[in-house]
Design a protein. Structure first.
Length: 113
């Protein structure tokens, strides 16, 4: 039986930024899934305060960290399509495994320069 978005989101804290943002931005949500289940969700938005930034929030099912690069590329593609030059991830502590992975990507890219 395929997982519904509501069932997937119910696995996470109701205070999670993606869950709060998804309630507002239902049209700007993408679901990553296979035949059995939803494995990740990303939602995104913009605001007038930072007109060159794409804000986003991500939830990935535990054990599916291989999805991280795909989600990041998806977000980058949206930003490029919208002609936005900055990405801003929205998350509250504790940091999710996706954000921990993202920070290692940023650190390794900076160290290589």
């Amino acid at each position: 039986m395929k997982t519904t978005l509501a069932a997937f989101l119910a696995q996470f804290s109701t205070g999670d930024s993606l869950i709060q943002t998804h309630a507002i931005n239902t049209q700007q949500t993408h679901i990553f899934q296979d035949e059995q289940a939803i494995n990740g969700v990303v939602t995104w938005w913009t605001n007038n305060f930072h007109p060159t930034a794409l804000y986003f929030a991500v939830l990935i099912r535990p054990g599916h960290k291989a999805l991280n690069p795909t989600v990041l590329q998806f977000v980058k593609d949206i930003a490029q399509a919208m002609n936005l030059s900055h990405l801003v991830i929205r998350e509250y502590a504790p940091v999710s495994p996706f954000v921990s992975w993202l920070l290692t990507q940023i650190s390794s890219n900076c160290a290589a320069r």
